[in-house]
Design a protein around this ligand. Structure first.
Ligand SMILES: Cc1cc2nc3c(=O)[nH]c(=O)nc-3n(C[C@H](O)[C@H](O)[C@H](O)COP(=O)(O)OP(=O)(O)OC[C@H]3O[C@@H](n4cnc5c(N)ncnc54)[C@H](O)[C@@H]3O)c2cc1C
Ligand SMILES: NC(=O)c1ccc[n+]([C@@H]2O[C@H](COP(=O)([O-])OP(=O)(O)OC[C@H]3O[C@@H](n4cnc5c(N)ncnc54)[C@H](O)[C@@H]3O)[C@@H](O)[C@H]2O)c1
Length: 478
């Protein structure tokens, strides 16, 4: 079979590359071995947010006098799960397949691997194999897989990963959650609010890549929901018997030689990170060591002569986020189409052109959808300073008319990271109820490198939570 572009993996990221190359007039084949739509649609973003949102909505009503009195019941668990099932289309990819066809992309089902320069082999379930030659590019968009920690006994425990936790049809009586990253924090809260007794075991600090005050707000929110949060706690052992699953814990820095403690639950969720899904893809056959995979800003894999091999999204692991992967996909797809048309040469394209995912470097937005939320873009103060910037942090509690109206006793925190030499914003973090919708303004300011004296003219509407922007600029001295 001879085509222009082969995209391996039809997650959100693969779909977006294929859409761009097909739109650019290239005959594009998209190969998927499981569900078209990938992790985000069926086992990650969509179901996890669907599990969280009802609890957040009820808690929001409870935080306003007058509305609080109207909340007289608890969450309807069956209705929440059914609504979640709707958002995952009941794990049926029919509508996504229709979209693929509508976009002029050819979909092939099966597992693909590289077999040589511009060559891909497709193995289908019935045992047949097809060889496909890509005239212009092969794009690896195979996503990521869970990283399972080497904890004694864990391999003989029947534990959940995030797939099982986001797709479960029942709420366990008690849930142990291992890992205090975004998945752990979000799913611990979702299950606590749906009625499980949750213990969250965190090796270091919760949400360690976010600023400290934001972490503390989330920790307080989780504790308020009755979650037993164990920070700086190492899991020594896991075991399972008829009564449930048991974890043996010690303090992470156990200088005092504290005796181990045991926590138990009916289920265990292991959410200890993910890594690129690059095994069995034939990278070795094209001279690439998967662990050393590096790409330029248009997704071209380094060290491949002719620049025909691309990788994007979780498979590269620059930012394990759907929106950022889709952005990389748009840039790669545009670059492939432009190179095929002779409008763009090989090598790294101009930063901030539509062929380069330049924002990956220092302008990645992310939201932790706990209650309260954390929304962050760009660099933290530490990272900005490590990178050599003359950076200053400007931070305040979020306490403006808009936040006071939004919820009684609104508790939030905001920080801008300012480049003092260039007078632009390098990063921003907001923590508090419903702050996610504040994030895009900050993303625009960071990506646009909007000078602070111009930002001064961006007047937040009154009374909104965005007024905190005004207070932050005042705090900076403007
Ligand atoms: C619990 C959880 C919640 C999350 N929530 C959010 C969120 O709210 N917002 C956000 O931005 N991100 C979120 N993420 C991250 C997000 O899910 C990922 O960044 C995103 O799914 C990556 O998309 P992708 O297309 O790169 O990979 P995937 O979605 O994993 O797609 C890769 C596809 O490739 C296929 N494939 C793999 N190998 C082959 C092969 N050899 N041949 C054929 N097909 C193959 C797979 O079957 C899969 O369908 C969450 C992640 C988790 C775990
Ligand atoms: N709202 C969102 O956008 C969202 C939600 C969930 C996940 N995601 C993405 O998916 C990816 C995976 O999420 P995640 O939470 O699994 O990963 P993560 O990397 O965010 O967190 C993993 C956590 O597990 C801990 N850990 C690692 N090994 C451990 C061990 N042996 N014992 C105890 N703890 C251990 C780490 O210290 C860390 O706190 C993330 O990179 C994130 O970007 C995004």
């Amino acid at each position: 079979m001879q085509v222009d572009v082969v995209v391996i993996g039809a997650g959100a990221v693969g779909e977006n590359v294929a859409e761009r190359t097909a739109r650019g007039g290239l005959k594009t084949v998209l190969i998927e071995k499981a569900l078209v739509g990938g992790e985000c649609s069926y086992w990650a973003c969509m179901p996890s947010k669907a599990l969280l949102r009802p609890g957040t909505a009820v808690n929001a009503a409870r935080s306003i006098d007058g509305a609080r009195q109207a909340v007289t019941g608890s969450l309807d668990v069956d209705a929440v799960l059914q609504r979640r099932d709707g958002f995952t289309s009941h794990w049926d990819d029919k509508s996504q397949v229709e979209w693929v066809h509508g976009a002029g992309i050819e979909l092939l089902r099966g597992a693909a691997r590289l077999t040589g320069e511009r060559m891909v082999e497709l193995a289908t379930e019935d045992g047949t194999t097809t060889s496909i030659e890509a005239g212009h590019a092969v794009v690896v968009a195979t996503g990521s897989v869970p990283t399972i920690p080497p904890i004694q006994g864990l391999d003989s425990v029947d534990f959940w990963g995030t797939r099982e936790a986001t797709a479960s049809q029942e709420i366990p009586r008690s849930l142990l959650v291992l890992g205090g990253g975004v998945s752990g924090a979000e799913l611990a809260q979702a299950y606590a609010r749906l009625g499980a007794a949750v213990t969250l075991v965190v090796r270091g600090d919760l949400l360690a890549s976010y600023p400290e005050p934001a972490r503390r707000l989330v920790e307080a929110g989780l504790r308020e929901d009755g979650i037993d949060v164990r920070l700086h706690t190492t899991t020594q052992k896991a075991a399972q018997d008829d009564s449930g699953i048991h974890l043996t814990l010690t303090p992470t820095n156990n200088d005092g030689g504290a005796a181990p403690s045991i926590v138990s639950g009916t289920k265990l969720l292991v959410s200890t990170g993910r890594h690129p899904a690059l095994t069995d893809l034939g990278f070795e056959d094209v001279g690439i060591v998967p662990e050393d995979l590096e790409t330029n800003s248009s997704g071209q894999v380094a060290g491949v002569e002719g620049g025909w091999l691309y990788a994007v999204g979780d498979a590269v692991g620059k930012a394990l986020l759907t929106h950022q992967g889709k952005y990389e996909a748009r840039a790669a797809g545009e670059a492939i189409a432009a190179r095929a048309a002779g409008d763009l040469d090989g090598g790294t394209p101009e930063p901030w052109s539509r062929f380069a995912a330049t924002a990956d470097e220092a302008a990645v937005p992310s939201v932790v959808f706990t209650d309260p939320e954390v929304a962050m873009v760009g660099l933290t103060l530490e990272r900005a300073r490590e990178g050599g910037a003359n950076a200053k942090g400007v931070e305040l509690p979020i306490a403006v008319a808009g936040s006071a109206l939004h919820a009684d006793g609104y508790d939030g925190w905001a920080q801008l990271v300012v480049d003092e030499d260039r007078q632009v914003i390098l990063g921003a973090t907001f923590a508090g109820p419903d702050v996610s919708e504040l994030l895009h303004a900050a993303t625009i300011a960071v990506v646009g490198q909007v000078p602070l004296d111009r930002l001064w003219h961006a007047v937040p509407a009154y009374p909104t939570i965005s007024e905190v922007w005004l207070r932050l600029l005042e705090e900076y001295g403007l």
